[in-house]
Design a protein around this ligand. Sequence first.
Ligand code: CMP
Length: 362
Amino acid sequence: MFQVSEVLRKVPFFQSLGKDGIDFIIERLKFKPFEANETICQAGDPGDKMYIIINGNVKVVVQADPGGEENIVAQLKTGDYFGEMSLLTGEPRSASVVTTEPSEMFILNKSDFDVIIERFPSISLSMSKIMSQRLRDTNQKAAQRGSADVARISGDLSQKPLEEVMKACEKDSLNGRVMIKNGEQVGELLYARGELQKVVLGDYPEDQALDMMLNWQEGRFMIEQRPIQVQEKAKAAAAAAPEQPCLLIVNNSMVVQKLLQRAFESMGYEVYTVETAAKASKMIRSLEPHLIISDTKLPDAEGVSFLKTYREISQTPVVLLTEASGKDQIRTATSDYSDIHFTNSQEVGEVVKIVESILKNG
Ligand code: CMP
């Protein structure tokens, strides 16, 4: 049987207290053994105890969302303690703590903890030093993870259907991709600033691929988020590489969107597509495209009021997809705006020629 005071003296947390302090605390500690893989406290639960590890090992775990992937933020060992944050702040548990091997703990209740803190204020100081160190370690880990330039969240389609995942991606302006796995099949959705850009599932056409994946009741999804480059990094990247022209296509027809997107992408352009004026305005602000190709009828804009929306944000050239027959009428309606160009048809070849000539001369 161990000598409690001997054990406590090895715990850094108690070292500064001296014999009186340790005797005072010993009376208030309860001993409890745990099996391996026991969850001692659960993130989000109220916390009214703290734990000191006499022997053993635990992992401190957080989850981005319920049912999502576990992230181990720390491993604690003999002599460490946990559960103090809730006692100090009154907030729910900030993480779950799970044993990774059979472990023995001392447990201190909140009421005793409060008495001890009042009687030995030096403990608060030593705790805040340890909390800062933990925060520093966690930040360092997050920075290392960030340097891979990808943040990942995953979950089960049975708990979060793809439709909900897609709504969240749009709401969070996802820059990155969603991988979806069902049995042997693996699909992919590519996003730019929360806009779905591409759907891939084997050789299926995009519409059919999306329909199929939306119907998957089971399987896993994983969202991989690429952080938007901070300005300095973006500038360095721009300096290092020749600039790729960036186009925004605003069109309510998926077919027109995809035809133009494929053509321009095959020529090395960076292409983004949206279907409404409201989404276009969001994208113009964040993307600052070199040129906008827009339909003349958009579901959320009266007449050519979408041009006003674009021009409130940027003076980027706009190519309007017009037919030879209706061109004069549109030209008159848009005469208040500069740098507006018109096509004679919606043929990809003609649109490409017009875009190339504007960008070359601009
Ligand atoms: P509490 O929030 O009460 O419950 C979970 C405990 O896990 C928390 O107190 C800390 O003791 C511990 N914990 C939380 N985050 C970390 C971290 N990043 N590093 C080490 N321990 C942590």
